[in-house]
Design a protein around this ligand. Structure first.
Ligand SMILES: Cc1cc2nc3c(=O)[nH]c(=O)nc-3n(C[C@H](O)[C@H](O)[C@H](O)COP(=O)(O)OP(=O)(O)OC[C@H]3O[C@@H](n4cnc5c(N)ncnc54)[C@H](O)[C@@H]3O)c2cc1C
Ligand code: SF4
Length: 328
């Protein structure tokens, strides 16, 4: 491993200032992804700015009935938080479907959002990869890998985003608060992650030196229920082949509010706007759910070995919506 310097930040301001002064610095939170990538030689920072002890681990109600989640709140604490379990079950379920108990005890909200793809070519420095080294190529595109994108990919990158939590945050219309050298700003969780286009080396809209300070959830819509469903090769310790986060409210048999996001299908959590357009105001029936999900997945462009993901995602989403409608 390449030698690096270490600094424990005493405040968010100090972390941001140090990061701005050192373009070769990275923030260290739980370290469960960053340290692995350093061992593989994918990341080689000169300076680690440890943010894990900053007082950013609180989970608290907002004045309007939403929830404020600190960037260093641990995934296990967040999943177990009473407000998350009762008002945002899709978030609790998404977190609990990820990684393992030990990892969730260490992994943080900010780190989870910024974890890198598990594309094996990205993690293998002996192979070309446009995300790791722009312009070198994308060997995954013609490979036998099953875990690649079916939506929104480009000729330059076909990787998927691994986070389960991020999929739930998109369906919940969360926002991400950033603190950077130029001040503070807020980005929607749905547009925080990017599609690859011709710059797959950029996973997100975050700017150099910016620190995620918190994630804010709006109030849960009146009468809404929510659920996260994930299909994977093993029952634990495995990333999603396909997953869905669904939020639904039904009144007098008609859908009032619907939000749907897919995981495991694209370079970012895939907010299903076309499906939501079909769902809103329609009768809460299986026929509506199937029509809505098909309207979204018609955009799918499977690669050599991953067409199965489209059917898998369809079944997960239709079942999740039907389950929520039956409970409402
Ligand atoms: C075996 C294994 C299985 C896993 N399975 C799953 C799974 O099924 N689903 C899933 O969702 N995840 C899974 N994970 C990933 C795990 O959830 C992430 O590793 C974890 O969430 C990262 O959080 P961290 O705090 O450890 O981040 P770190 O490793 O510390 O950081 C990750 C990145 O985020 C940056 N960063 C961290 N915090 C901030 C911040 N506040 N502001 C700006 N930048 C920041 C760091 O600089 C780094 O680039 C798995 C991990 C492993 C090792
Ligand atoms: S899919 Fe993306 S991450 Fe994987 S090899 Fe291609 S460019 Fe690299």
């Amino acid at each position: 491993m390449k030698p690096f310097a270490y600094l424990r930040a005493r405040s968010a301001d100090e972390a941001v200032q140090e990061s701005a002064a050192r373009p070769d610095a990275v923030f260290l939170a739980g370290g469960t992804n960053l340290v692995d990538l350093m061992k593989l030689g994918v990341e080689a920072p000169e300076l680690l700015i440890d943010i894990s002890r900053l007082p950013l681990d609180q989970v608290a109600d907002t004045a309007d009935g939403g929830l404020r989640i600190g960037a260093t709140a641990r995934n296990s604490d967040l999943a177990a938080h009473p407000a998350v379990r009762t008002r945002y079950p899709v978030l609790s379920q998404a977190l609990l479907s990820g990684a393992s108990g030990q990892l969730r005890n260490t992994a943080t909200t900010g780190g989870n959002l910024l974890q890198r793809t598990r594309c094996p070519y990205f993690q293998d420095t002996s192979k070309p990869c446009n995300k790791r080294e722009p312009g070198t190529g994308c060997p995954a595109r013609d490979s036998a890998q099953r875990d690649l994108a079916v939506l929104g990919h480009s000729e330059h990158c076909v990787a998927t985003h691994p986070s389960d939590m991020a999929v739930a945050l998109s369906a919940l219309d969360a926002t991400v608060r950033l603190h950077g050298p130029d001040g503070e700003r807020t980005v929607s969780a749905t547009t925080f992650h990017r599609l690859p286009g011709d710059t797959p080396d950029r996973d997100t809209e975050i700017r150099p030196g910016e620190l995620i300070t918190e994630v804010v959830l709006p109030p849960s819509p009146d009468g809404a229920a929510s659920v996260y469903r994930k299909a994977r090769d093993r029952a634990s310790f495995a990333f999603a082949l396909a997953s869905v986060a669904a939020v639904l409210s039904v009144r007098a048999g008609r859908i009032e509010h619907a939000a749907l996001a897919f995981g495991g299908l694209a370079h970012r959590p895939w907010r299903a706007h076309a499906a939501e357009d079909v769902l809103r105001g329609a009768p809460a029936t299986d026929e509506t759910f199937e029509r809505a999900v098909d309207a979204e997945l018609t955009a799918a462009r499977p690669l050599r070995d991953n067409a199965f993901k489209v059917g898998l995602a369809r079944n997960l989403a239709v079942d999740a919506l039907a389950e929520l409608a039956a409970d409402s």
